[in-house]
Design a protein around this ligand. Structure first.
Ligand code: G6P
Length: 610
């Protein structure tokens, strides 16, 4: 989704902006642009397509000490050079970039056009820059504030003015804006990835907050002081990003997706670090502030998330229910937020989000909180909006750059296991079971490593099946969310149609589709349902459907066309291991079909607009 980057300081901003934009490419975009102030005038370069296409149009000698850059993901108006940001006012003194959606753009545009303003794009954003040019004279921040008073919608905005080239003014309402603090230089961004090479000290703006960013420092203020919008001391909100060097590089891997699949054992170790209490066979979770008494009062658990976070939440709900005996389920946050949900005081809500910025999940969190409910967050990005909205668990998985989520799915499942341990040990989980799960968690990184050794086999299987038009993924119990996630991965990165079913439901309709060119992937944990899963395989085989079975124990020879063997762990953790070959299958199918593995078409990494 759209990305913002900006620089002000003594250095040449152009390479900093280009590198920053490259770092947010992963979020998904369809055009890019930069605006700089050079020799007292604004120069804009913008283009539809990939960043390198815009870069190729840049003149050789381009130098400036202040500039802003943008990656756009089209909402109002198709991807085109004209619709790309930054947008200029008629005089060409002001340049503005914007993430989010201005809801009253149509009316504002009509009134500007009535005043003779000629629009150059179809975007909602362009109204902002024309309104700014018509605002009462004054400092840029005062003019922006006056404009924002007229605007309804969501925004992360950065604006520069050739007549006041000592500042970038930024504002936030519902779309992330970060200020990066350097030594006599300052950065702005929508995502820490864009600036983390230059500074690790960042401040997240709050909704309703704006800031004047100058080379020597920054000041923040409320967008609407009259509404009692007092902003808290920003320095108290400063956080240090401690990503390891290389976290944003592919290293020896061909793609971020492959790198992140292989990072899973290390990511799990990080998620577990310092959180296991062997003595009491429980977990320590610093961000979970529920007292034992409050835990005893929980009557139900409801997990919310979107996409892979939803599927991880579905797996997590199953794990929690089996470990705590508290009835638990998951629901897509995008549906939940719109159905006027009944919020109950003895229900624990859990929001799952890699980015911590997904608008549907954030809105669901706010809906629960507004109605007096209690929400925990399971979030990867430190300091992100959802993380700041709720107590919870950080995953510490490191940046996930590939659009398709892999390591964060796994880390989320591990976080649920830790939460299950903590809640379960207060409720119904005995110390022996606690210890069993702890031992399982400690051994998990090694077992994931073994599961990753199926890569060559999965590459062969991908070759065999990537050209089919459709596939089934089936599983039952905790294997079902893995089937859903496996099918989602294949769809996302290879564009091969895949559908997940509960194995038990296959015979109630979908089996009609099975034929010799319609393969079925079976997720087969070695559990009490194994025999039932095997009879599903037999049903598929009887209709001559090819079967790829991911198993933890060899099954009858010849029952599956391809048998993928992974190690066994504890029943609560087995699904985590069974998922890895499915990630590898999706990755290699995408390679086989020549897809854009890390930035699949039409997808955005974090969907921050409706
Ligand atoms: C988008 C992405 C998905 C992701 C989902 C939730 O739809 O394309 O891959 O799973 O958002 O993202 P989150 O950052 O909230 O986990």
């Amino acid at each position: 989704m759209c990305g913002i980057v900006g620089y002000i300081g003594p250095k040449d901003c152009v390479p900093i902006l280009l590198e920053g934009l490259a770092r947010v490419e992963y979020r998904g975009y369809d055009s890019t642009g930069i605006a700089i102030v050079s020799s007292g005038t604004i120069k804009v370069h913008k283009k539809k397509g990939k960043l390198r296409e815009m870069e190729a149009t840049l003149p050789k000698r381009l130098f400036a000490k202040i500039g802003i850059g943008h990656t756009r993901w089209a909402t109002h108006g198709e991807p085109s050079d004209a619709n790309a940001h930054p947008h200029l006012d008629t005089s060409g003194h002001l340049a503005l970039i914007h993430n989010g959606i201005i809801e009253n753009a149509t009316e504002l545009r009509a009134s500007l056009e009535a005043q003779g303003i000629v629009f150059r794009s179809e975007t909602d954003t362009e109204v902002l820059v024309h309104l700014l040019s018509l605002a009462e004279p004054g400092d840029l921040e005062d003019r922006l504030r006056a404009v924002l008073a007229l605007v309804v919608g969501t925004y992360g905005i950065a604006v520069i003015d050739a007549n006041q080239p000592d500042r970038i003014v930024v504002a936030r309402n519902g779309s992330p804006v970060i200020i990066g603090i350097g030594d006599k230089e300052m950065f702005v961004a929508s995502d820490v990835s864009a600036i983390v090479r230059h500074t690790q000290q960042v401040i997240h703006l709050e909704d309703g907050e704006m800031a004047v960013v100058q080379a020597g420092g920054y000041r923040t203020m409320a967008v609407d002081p009259s509404a009692g919008g007092v902003v808290s001391d920003p320095s108290a909100r400063m956080i240090t990003i401690n990503w390891s060097v290389g976290a944003l590089d592919k290293g020896p891997y061909a793609h971020f997706l492959q790198k992140e699949i292989h990072e899973q054992p290390a990511a799990v170790e990080r998620a577990l670090r310092g959180r296991i209490d062997d003595r009491h066979a429980t977990a320590h979770l610093g961000g979970v502030t529920l007292s034992a008494r409050e835990v005893l009062d929980i009557r139900r658990i409801k997990v919310l998330g979107c996409g892979s976070a939803y599927y991880a939440g579905m797996l997590g709900a199953g794990m929690l229910e089996s470990m705590t005996r508290i009835p638990s389920d998951a629901e897509s946050a995008s549906e939940f937020r719109y159905r006027n949900p009944v919020i109950e005081r003895d229900v624990l809500y859990i929001a799952v989000s890699q980015s911590g910025e997904t608008i549907d999940t954030l809105m669901a969190v706010q809906e629960v909180k507004r109605k007096g409910g209690r929400v925990l967050g399971i979030v990867n990005v430190v300091g992100s909006t959802i993380a700041r909205e709720c107590d919870g668990i950080y995953l510490h998985a490191g940046p996930e750059v590939s659009v398709a989520s892999t390591k964060v799915f796994t880390s989320t499942a591990v976080a649920f296991a830790l939460l299950g341990l903590y809640l379960g040990r207060i409720r119904d989980l005995g110390p022996a079971d606690g210890k069993r799960i702890i031992e399982g968690l400690k051994a998990l990184p090694g077992k994931l490593e073994e599961a990753l050794a199926t890569e060559e086999q999965m590459a062969q299987i991908a070759k065999k099946y990537a050209h089919t038009s459709s596939m089934f993924y089936i599983g039952r119990g905790l294997g079902y969310p893995i089937a859903l996630e496996g099918a989602q991965k294949l769809k996302e990165v290879s564009y091969v149609h895949a559908e997940a079913y509960q194995a038990s439901e296959l015979k109630h309709g979908p089996i009609a589709l099975v034929s010799p060119d319609f393969p079925t992937v079976v997720v087969l944990p070695d559990d009490h349902l194994a025999e039932k899963n095997i009879s599903s395989i037999q049903q598929v085989r009887a209709r001559k459907g090819p079967v790829i079975a991911v198993v933890q124990k060899a099954i009858t020879e010849g029952l599956a066309d391809d048998l993928v063997l992974v190690p066994k762990s504890e029943p609560e953790l087995d699904p985590i291991i069974l998922n890895l070959p499915l990630q590898l299958l999706a990755y290699h199918a995408a390679l086989e079909l020549g897809r854009d593995v890390d930035q699949p078409r039409n997808l955005a990494k974090s969907v921050t607009v409706e």
